[in-house]
Design a protein around this ligand. Sequence first.
Ligand code: ADP
Ligand code: MG
Length: 277
Amino acid sequence: MANPSPTLLALHDVTRRYTLPRERLLSPAPVVEALRGVSLSIERGRSLGVVGESGSGKSTLARIAMALEPPSAGRVEFLGRDLNALGAAALREARRDFQMVFQDPYGSLDPRQQVGRIVAEPLWQGSGAERERAVAEVLEAVGLRASDARKYAHEFSGGQRQRIAIARALITKPKLIVADEPVSALDVSVQAQVLNLLIDLQQRYGVTYLLISHDLAVVDHVCDEVVVMQHGRIVERGETARIFRDPQHPYTRALMAAHEPEFAASATVAPVIEEPK
Ligand code: ADP
Ligand code: MG
């Protein structure tokens, strides 16, 4: 192994607060704690699933892990480096190793852009010919055609668009892909195909996933380990098989009992706390 430390991503005691607009002129601005003291680490080759109902902080965790926003407190390290201490150029360089796939393949891809441009977007080096070759390779890796590079995103179905988004994430040969509800917006019949693609890429390219889903079955397919989130905290973690066989925390048991497609609708909102002045 080239890298002596197998830890890709580590979150140390990460808290994220959002200040909401004041409800009344003289009242203090309410604060939501979307993450409360979250610590976790992802080892290379050990994909981690994050489950929890709507509002439990999963997407916030994804944005923080991607250094798309900084934590209010705590530290985020990728390959041992504090991401939020890097300058813009160093962060851009570091980003080659971790890429993101979003939930909504309609909203996250500009429908009027050519697929080739969308997919090549994370590449900022190399000649035109090199980029074209790289685009062709990843399009084929996700089950599309090299010639699809000249089409526009709006010409593709939801499942194919998510393949385009995965190709874009794959193009820098990242070590980690953070996928936030990558199949939730897709027809059920297409979900398994996209999940199988994720599993296939894991084996072929050695990608590790941080896979977020409100759907336990999705995580069960892809991940070696799971963390369960509730109200911004991790309430249980463990090997996927163990969690499914023998959930310990009452909330995990409730999640499993409620394991229905409609389950996402039973949203809870993180409690609002007063801002410490
Ligand atoms: P999940 O992805 O599990 O549904 P989120 O991370 O989206 O949860 O949200 C967790 C909590 O943080 C929710 O209460 C949500 O309203 C709040 N939240 C998330 N992002 C913001 C933001 N940018 N501004 C204010 N509140 C936010
Ligand atoms: Mg979310």
